[in-house]
Design a protein around this ligand. Structure first.
Ligand SMILES: C[S@@+](CC[C@H](N)C(=O)[O-])C[C@H]1O[C@@H](n2cnc3c(N)ncnc32)[C@H](O)[C@@H]1O
Length: 338
């Protein structure tokens, strides 16, 4: 049996799930499967579907993996990821048949509310990835989160309830999850939502990120590495939805290169990676990406290399870029984020 646990960085944007499962079948996703009890049961009850479980917690993944292995369930795969990443980066528009979200973390404190998974933006993203008529089942035992979910679902034009009401507070047909049992034992009311994606067209506002060839820029400059190092200071750069934080600068052991640690955020991806300024011969530098951590060469990485090259050029009037493979706007004048 192939391993059920998928390696996130080996999955292309988007991923062909039929290839991963080795057959063409409707795709069902459970988000935040916890112990994996519901997920494995779902896969067993629906042998003709491809069932994906996504979780951020490694212990949960390991627990679920053991269950899948022990029971020999073939039609389930597990992924350690934020659900938003799975949906936006790995799933084609209109490719998912059903999504289950059981007892999502409620983040009850006011300053944590932005961490809640289900909101208007998330429903829009989900609507782009579900097939028309695709199903969304949600359950929560948190009264305040239930209010927010009710409001978001009632407000979205992309979903309609499959029940006569927005939610019900009893559902004896579903398999009880661990957090459902805790909620019931502690006397809380559970809210169960069963929605379907309407036929209404959904604006495709969540494009799949592109990968570009590994970026590089070659420069000539009379500056020595020491001088470049001395002139460096942390800075931030933002362009549309891409935010780059140029952090620490380190000198390589062999003395021939500088490493700039960068944090690049371009939803739904955030990468912490190393940009390298290497002296190939006196006065000749190449700027590229360090391969440590298998970075993905996104538009944000192109912008980061471009901004570093632009910064180098700004240090000395005789510094110039000889050649590069960057996008045209990656070499715009340097911009500092507010
Ligand atoms: C309260 S637990 C519920 C677990 C299980 N569904 C149940 O009902 O017993 C919420 C789960 O969602 C996972 N989770 C939270 N945010 C997530 C995200 N953005 N993507 C995927 N999983 C997430 C957590 O790690 C946790 O295991």
């Amino acid at each position: 049996m192939t391993s059920s646990l998928l390696q996130n960085r080996q999955l292309p944007w988007p991923t062909n799930w039929n290839e991963i499962f080795g057959r063409s079948a409707p795709l069902i996703i459970e988000i935040g499967f916890g112990s994996g009890h519901f997920l494995v049961d779902l896969a067993q009850k629906r042998p003709s579907a491809n069932v994906m479980g996504v979780e951020i917690s490694l212990p949960s993944l390991e627990k679920a993996q053991r269950k899948v292995k022990t029971l020999g369930v073939q039609n389930v795969r597990l992924l350690q990821s934020d659900a938003r990443y799975l949906l936006q980066a790995l799933c084609q528009p209109e490719s998912i048949s059903e999504v289950y979200i059981n007892f999502p973390d409620p983040w009850p404190k006011a300053k944590q509310l932005h961490r809640r998974l289900i909101n208007v933006d998330f429903l829009h993203l989900l609507a782009t990835r579900l097939v028309p008529g695709g199903l969304l089942d949600v359950a929560t035992d948190h009264a305040d989160y239930a209010l927010a979910i009710t409001e978001a679902l009632e407000g979205t034009p992309y979903f309609e309830s499959r029940l006569p009401t927005t939610f019900v507070t009893e559902d004896n047909e579903r398999l009880r999850t661990k957090y459902e049992q805790i909620g019931l034992d502690e006397g809380r009311t559970c809210h169960y939502y069963k929605f379907a994606r309407c036929e209404t067209a959904v604006p495709q506002s969540y494009p799949i990120l592109k990968e570009f060839p590994m970026p590089h820029a070659v420069l000539q400059s009379p500056l020595q590495l020491d001088e470049i190092q001395a002139r460096y200071g942390r800075w931030q750069y933002s362009h549309n939805d891409c935010h780059i934080n140029f952090m620490e600068l380190f000198r390589a052991r062999d003395d021939e290169a500088l490493f700039v640690e960068a944090y690049i955020k371009e939803a739904p991806v955030a990468q912490r990676l190393g940009l390298v300024i290497r002296q190939r011969e006196p006065g000749n530098y190449v700027i590229n990406l360090h391969e440590l951590g298998f970075p993905r060469p996104t538009r944000g990485v192109q912008l980061a290399i471009g901004q570093l090259a632009t910064w180098l050029v700004s240090l000395h009037s005789e510094t110039e870029i000889l050649h590069h493979n960057l996008l045209p706007d990656a070499l715009e004048p340097m911009r500092h984020a507010a």
